[in-house]
Design a protein around this ligand. Structure first.
Ligand code: NAD
Length: 469
């Protein structure tokens, strides 16, 4: 698209009901989103069902070529996409935020397009020859959240398309414009009907999860909604990839250098202003260096500018919606009332427009405090003191979620041995939340099941078929 206005005009609804989407930083209108219904969903699934066989028959090379062109199209419109994402979601243009997210969309499309997936010969002993192939599923439903709306949509649709499927997307009600705009750009390079956005509410999500014409649901969102999707998909025995909530622990070992790790800890926790599934949400620090880590982290955090996303200076933004703001405020207030020590932040400016919650660090807090035990999903990090590694590991593993975790140490071997004891889908060492399109990503415990990214991610969007002859 040549301009931001042209992109907004291209996705504006021309018929049917619509809804005004407000900028979470200013409360001003961003644009109009269609309010789609279950009838619209039926039409999208019918179109996807019609378009899918030819796409499957085109083969991997043709599909990969189209996805590479789609990645180029995203890059051509990167600035317009980033501005819209920034206004709708709230995240700043700069820092690991809106421009970074649009860049990730192109990167994930390219890796999904170019990751090899050959049939595997499982047995070939002269008598039996068995090969494992991955056939297209058919129509895949993609249901996503509001925190990284464009990037997570690409995580879902890129491997699905590469594997020969059609995709029907149900974006979050909070961030439909970002997803509509992204798909408008992708569809410049894809056959009609193959990829459709149905911008509806929970009823549309539920109908998608229960639909007999849909073979798989890719879902990213809360654990509660994941459980609802398991139920509504049961009647059709749908395949599911569930990327659900997390409450990631980070453990700082006593040999770590507080000054050297402070910035990594900060971005591990505060990327996207804390609204990230695999962000560092509970920090466990050895008592010997507890005060030094608190001081170093406070110095880094205090220097990071928060404000309106389109201001090039800012690297932190508002909470995307008022519900999330209220969750963060309630958890920090309860922590303060329990006697925990607020090192930074904690007092939102009631007179300021928008959903801004200040960068907040809370020390001397018990492990069973709700700010530790619940997913805050915002810019408020609890820092818990420990004395033995056994105690830290037990506290980190105590919850029923396990998306990511991290260990921070000057000794990589020591860090790896602690990492092996943590119940999480990914354990990072001296970093947190660094996802990579080549490396499998998924949750342990109630953070979900199924892997995304890399070869494993492609396999998850195919039906395994053994040819035995
Ligand atoms: P949410 O579960 O409220 O909503 C996600 C999507 O599900 C939305 O599109 C919503 O309309 C839809 N939905 C709601 N009810 C439904 C139903 N009954 N059937 C089908 N669809 C339904 O999640 P959210 O608040 O948008 O996202 C925040 C949560 O997502 C956090 O818990 C976060 O940790 C998690 N998350 C996880 C990952 C990951 O990769 N594991 C990534 C990002 C966010």
């Amino acid at each position: 698209m040549e301009t931001y206005d042209a992109l907004l005009a291209a996705i504006a609804p021309t018929t049917g009901p619509s809804r005004t989407i407000l900028d979470p930083a200013t409360g001003t209108a961003v644009g109009e989103a269609p309010v789609h219904t279950v009838d619209d969903l039926e039409r999208a699934i019918a179109a996807a069902t019609a378009a899918q066989p030819a796409w499957a028959a085109a083969g991997h090379d043709a599909r990969s070529a189209a996805l590479l062109k789609a990645a180029d199209a995203v890059e051509r419109s990167a600035e317009e996409l980033a501005r819209l994402l920034s206004r709708e979601q709230g995240k700043p243009l700069n820092g690991p935020n809106a421009r970074f997210e649009v860049g990730a969309c192109a990167a994930w499309l390219r890796v999904a397009a170019t990751t090899p997936l050959e049939p595997e010969t499982v047995v070939d002993d002269g008598e039996t020859r068995a090969e494992l192939h991955y056939r297209p599923i058919g129509v895949v439903g993609a249901i996503g959240p509001w925190n990284w709306p464009m990037m997570i949509t690409v995580w879902q649709l890129a491997p699905a398309l590469r594997m020969g499927n059609a995709v029907v997307i149900k974006p979050s009600e909070f961030t439909p414009l970002s997803v509509l705009a992204l798909v408008e750009i992708l569809n410049q390079e894809l056959p009609g009907g193959l990829l459709t956005v149905v911008s509806g509410g929970r009823d549309v999500g539920e109908a998608l999860a229960g639909h007999s014409g849909v073979g798989k649901i890719m879902f990213t969102g809360s654990t509660a909604t994941g459980k609802a999707i398991i139920k509504s998909s049961a009647g059709t025995v749908k395949r599911l990839t569930l990327e659900l909530g997390g409450n990631d622990a980070g453990i700082v070992l006593p040999d770590a250098d507080p000054a050297a790790i402070a910035e990594g800890l900060f971005w591990g926790a505060f990327i996207n202003t804390g609204q990230t599934c695999a962000a560092l949400k509970r920090l466990y620090v050895h008592t010997d260096i507890y005060d030094a880590v608190c001081d170093a982290l406070t110095a880094v955090a205090a220097a990071m500018p928060m404000g309106v996303g389109l201001d090039e200076n800012n690297v932190l933004g508002p909470l995307q919606n008022r519900q999330q703001f209220d969750i963060v405020a309630r958890l920090v207030d309860a922590a303060r009332e329990s006697g925990a020590r607020v090192l930074l932040g904690g007092n939102p400016d009631a007179g300021q427009p928008g959903n801004f919650y200040p960068t907040t660090l809370v020390a001397d807090i018990d492990n069973d405090n709700p700010l530790v035990a619940e997913e805050q999903f915002g810019p408020a990090l609890p820092i818990i003191r420990y004395t033995t590694v056994e105690e830290a590991v037990a506290m980190a593993n105590a919850l029923d979620v396990g998306l990511g975790a991290s260990v921070w140490s000057a000794d990589p071997a020591a860090a790896r041995s602690v990492a092996a004891r943590l119940e999480a889908g990914t354990v990072w060492i001296n970093k947190h939340g660094a996802v990579d399109p080549r490396i499998p990503f998924g949750g342990a415990k109630q953070s979900g099941y199924g892997l995304e990214f890399g070869t494993e991610g492609l396999k998850a969007l195919g039906v395994p078929q053994v040819i035995n002859g």
